[in-house]
Design a binder for this molecule. Structure first.
Ligand code: FES
Length: 104
């Protein structure tokens, strides 16, 4: 079972056990992690689950819809992802998920 360390913009850390088969966004909401809004509920159309993801193993590829939403983020970085589009698997290993200063 992968462990996710969520790191808020102010450096506050939250470590949670993640369930394979659900997304980073769903995991954050389940554990009341602040900083993920998820206004669209996971349809990749709001961008308010933006986060910076580092994993021990491979992540799913960014599809064109995710790419287009990430392109709207002025704070996009190389490890930017939509948390709703990264479904956790055991192969990913443990994850570090940094949260942006704000969602928009
Ligand atoms: S929850 Fe809306 S894009 Fe991820």
């Amino acid at each position: 079972m992968p462990v996710i360390t969520f790191i808020e913009f102010d450096g506050t850390e939250h470590q949670v056990d993640a369930d394979a088969g659900i997304s980073i966004m769903e995991t954050a909401l389940k554990h009341n992690i602040p900083g993920i809004d998820a206004d669209c509920g996971g349809s990749a159309v709001c961008g308010t689950c933006h986060c910076f993801v580092q994993a021990g193993g491979p992540l799913p590829a960014v599809d064109p819809q995710e790419e287009s939403m990430l392109g709207l983020r002025p704070d996009r970085a190389e490890d930017s992802r939509l948390g709703c589009q990264v479904v956790i698997s055991d192969e990913m290993g443990d994850l570090t998920v940094k949260l942006p200063e704000f969602q928009m």
